[in-house]
Design a protein around this ligand. Structure first.
Ligand SMILES: Cc1cc2nc3c(=O)[nH]c(=O)nc-3n(C[C@H](O)[C@H](O)[C@H](O)COP(=O)(O)O)c2cc1C
Length: 273
């Protein structure tokens, strides 16, 4: 049930909802009405595009949405956020408030997904004590693989070897970079675009986390460790039929960056036909 409702007192019959529906399931019959409920992909474009907040779908009250006019971020400041975001590898030894993590995840779940599948699962470590135990567990498994000469070949083996030796010799955490929290995205393998959905969700999380003054780091070394110790994936509660997206460590930074880096120009291939 998609519960498509039109407030006829508010509706000005402009037809914007009909024009914008990507599935083409709304028709104008005096007022808009759904022609093919099964075809709806539940994207809420009808609710978002209505100039008079007359359309409700999925039980959502349009008056509860954030108005866009006057509320969008300034492009220059957003540019500074994008250019000023750094991979953070030094963190304060403190937990973020669980409510803040929930809020960031609820924002990240607004990221686009193929065919609006919205099936990305956010597996999160909310307490640093839990991440400490996970770190000990994973590094213990890696140490055993190392002793048995069974670390993977190539880059992965090199990094995982470093994870073990840095932890054992210096107590230095290369696995999670000393962060208090970890986020891993995954999505059902049979979703239309699970790989892309997973990465876009994490990138969206990263942007809002940095906008809120937090630090994040994409954690490829954690991904290598999970590939070397696949039994840990199930222990994390990630369903067996999910495609793993990526891992991201995050928390309150113990480092401050004072300026953007200077990259570019972008590598561009202009098509002429
Ligand atoms: C896919 C991916 C995997 C990464 N894995 C790690 C990692 O395992 N450990 C780490 O310290 N940094 C990791 N990074 C951070 C990169 O090294 C970093 O983004 C890059 O050096 C550029 O620095 P910046 O993010 O501060 O601009 C990763 C970044 C990406 C995009």
């Amino acid at each position: 049930m998609i519960r498509f409702r039109v407030d006829e007192e508010r509706c000005i019959q402009c037809g914007e909802c009909v024009l914008d529906c990507p599935a083409g399931v709304i028709a104008m019959d005096g007022y808009p009405r759904i022609e093919n409920e099964a075809g709806c992909i539940q994207c809420q474009h009808c609710l978002a595009v209505c100039p008079t907040a007359a359309v409700s779908i999925l039980g959502r009250d349009p008056d509860m949405s954030i108005a866009l006019k006057g509320n969008l971020p300034d492009a220059d400041r957003l540019t500074t956020l994008i250019k000023g975001r750094r991979a953070v590898r030094r963190y304060q030894d403190q937990d973020l408030a669980p409510a803040l993590i929930d809020e960031l995840l609820d924002i990240a779940c607004h990221a686009p997904t193929g065919v609006n599948a919205r099936s990305v699962l956010f597996t999160v470590v909310k307490e640093r004590a839990v991440l400490h135990r996970l770190r000990e567990d994973i590094i213990g498994r890696l140490a055993k693989l190392k002793e048995a000469g069974r670390l993977p070949e190539g880059w992965s083996g090199k990094y995982l070897n470093w994870v073990v030796s840095a932890w054992q010799k210096e107590g230095k955490d290369i696995l999670f970079r000393g962060a208090p929290h970890l986020l891993i995205t995954s999505a059902p393998a049979d979703a239309p675009c699970p790989v892309q959905d997973n990465i876009i969700a994490l990138a969206t999380f990263q942007l809002i986390a940095h906008a809120r003054g937090l630090g994040t780091v994409w954690d490829g070394i954690c991904m290598m460790a999970l590939a070397a110790c696949p039994e840990v994936v199930a222990k994390l509660g990630i369903p067996a039929d999910h495609v793993l997206g990526y891992a991201m460590a995050f928390g309150t930074p113990a480092v401050e960056y004072h300026r953007t880096v200077q990259r570019g120009p972008a590598l561009v291939n202009v098509v002429g036909w």
